[in-house]
Design a protein around this ligand. Structure first.
Ligand code: CDP
Length: 227
């Protein structure tokens, strides 16, 4: 059976990572959260007071950043220069700053290179904003996930509550709107649906139903590649 590449893109907080994780588990594939990498770079920039418009400082910082993922208790954890930053990078102050950092071309170039390395052998599910358009334009399966803004807001708010991260419904909504705007309008690899992506609106789909739908698509593409 061949190992295909699966790209899942879409707006902020529409459940991409839940779907990507479930799918990777069902197929026994590797899961990579590309957003966590942009969040980790953002944390480094904030901790080290790197000015995003100071190009040499940005390049120096990128050289000093090492991002890795490790599976612990079945969950993916993000490590920045050896430190587990999984909890920190999910906080609102990172969400508030990540999209401008992710719009910097040299940041994208560095992370896209790492993402391609991680996926070079296939057998991977990666979620993000430009996975099907830029990182893996030849991915065998591309999903563009979407959901109503109010549903996305509620989901993210509940996720933060579960993690005991203080938040506010109106601020969460504002953050999603702002990120969607910056992510979709930036000049370098904006968020957009790849022409050959399958669009899934999961506003009214539960976790099992969305997994079932995409799992069947994945199996179909795997069979096609094997044939
Ligand atoms: O909060 P959510 O899970 O929806 O977002 P995320 O996947 O953690 O990504 C955080 C931010 O990183 C996005 O709002 C984008 O600005 C940026 N990002 C990107 O530019 N390209 C990617 N492939 C993934 C994330």
């Amino acid at each position: 059976m061949s190992n295909i590449t699966i790209a899942i893109d879409g707006h902020s907080s529409c459940g991409k990572s839940t779907l990507a994780k479930d799918l990777a588990r069902a197929l026994d594939y590797v899961y990579v959260d590309s957003g966590a990498m942009y969040r980790a770079v953002t944390l480094f920039f904030l901790e080290n007071e790197v000015d995003p418009i100071d190009a040499p400082a940005v390049d120096k910082a990128l050289d000093a950043i090492d991002i890795r993922f490790e599976k612990m208790d079945g969950q993916n954890h993000t490590f920045l220069n050896g430190e587990n930053v999984e909890e920190e990078i999910r906080k609102m102050y990172i969400s508030d700053y990540v999209s401008p950092v992710a719009a910097i071309p040299n940041v994208r170039r560095a992370l896209v290179q790492q993402q391609r390395d991680l996926g070079k052998d296939g057998g991977i599910v990666m979620d993000g904003r430009d996975i099907g358009t830029v990182v893996f334009p030849d991915a065998e399966l591309k999903i563009f996930l979407t959901a109503d803004l109010d549903i996305r807001t509620r989901r993210r708010f509940e996720e933060l509550m579960q993690k005991n991260i203080p938040s506010d419904l109106a601020l969460v909504k504002q953050n999603l709107l702002e990120r969607d705007h910056i992510d979709s309008t930036r000049s370098d690899s904006p968020l957009k649906k790849a022409e050959d992506a399958v669009v899934i609106d999961n506003s009214r789909l539960n976790r099992e139903d969305q997994l079932k739908k995409v799992y069947l698509l994945a199996k179909e593409r795997i069979l096609k590649t094997t044939a």
